[in-house]
Design a protein. Sequence first.
Length: 323
Amino acid sequence: MRKALVIGIDYYAAGGSLSGCVNDAHRVGTMLESHSDGSPNFDVRLVTASSDRDQITFRTLKDLIVELFKSEDDIALLYFAGHGYVDATGGYICGSDSCQGDEGLALGDIMSLAGQSKAKNRIVILDSCHSGAAGADPLKPAVSEVTIGTTILTASRADEAATEISGGGVFTELLVDALAGAAANLVGEVTPGSVYAHIDQSLGSWGQRPVFKTNVSGFVSLRKVRPPIDPDILRALPKLFPDYGFQLQLDPSFEPELPSQGLNPLADPENTEIFSQLQKLNRVNLLIPDSQPHMYHAAVNSDTVRLTALGEHYRRLALKKRI
């Protein structure tokens, strides 16, 4: 079982209302509730505040998060988009009724609730200003305490704002892209670590910087998307390349067509099928020709092909039956 609480607050009674947090929450909730093939993923509870009629007060905010982390599920995930605040005592996320930043819900309380949760994995994702203070000790700002099984991903460092642009958060825009598949590995899994890597690479050195803190023995999959290559081809890697550094010899019988002659009279159906798989491996940077510029030239010129370092990694995974 996988449970997600997704909160977006645009409306703030004391002013300073936002414009993109509700939209961001809807987009994140939609991504999390199903995998790309439509199969169910997280059981999402979406709570948003667009006006005074549906405001999310401090009390409601805390009660929702308390309920989430009572979970005994595989994953309990919190996503929050709204105002954040930090002072000498620590960081906060703000409900609609917060008149001052320190009237919000303390990040320390959230991390305490997550740390005490019986859920196997707790994931906290915050798109709010100063959210990088999550997990930090106010007396030792350079020190973070993250309990086993907990992962924190935030839009900015403790001393930074989180930017909105074009009706949404910069961080959440990249988060949604990552969940949609931009951060997927070759078996189609999106993990918290790959999401962070995608966001980190996308934000420049002069803007807000995302923060990633984790204390886990293994990453979990947040979402599954269609893999860029058939997993059966990955599983066949040890058969095609039985040893580390193995060079597979090609010859013209692997190429089904020749530019000047059409169908290749030397083509062997079994070899052309293998060559089709090799070309797909080449397209995702798992395989390269040893001395020729393209796979076609490797075949017609009887060159060898070999796995890249990434290809060797997936060959080892296939050997261990982890694909």
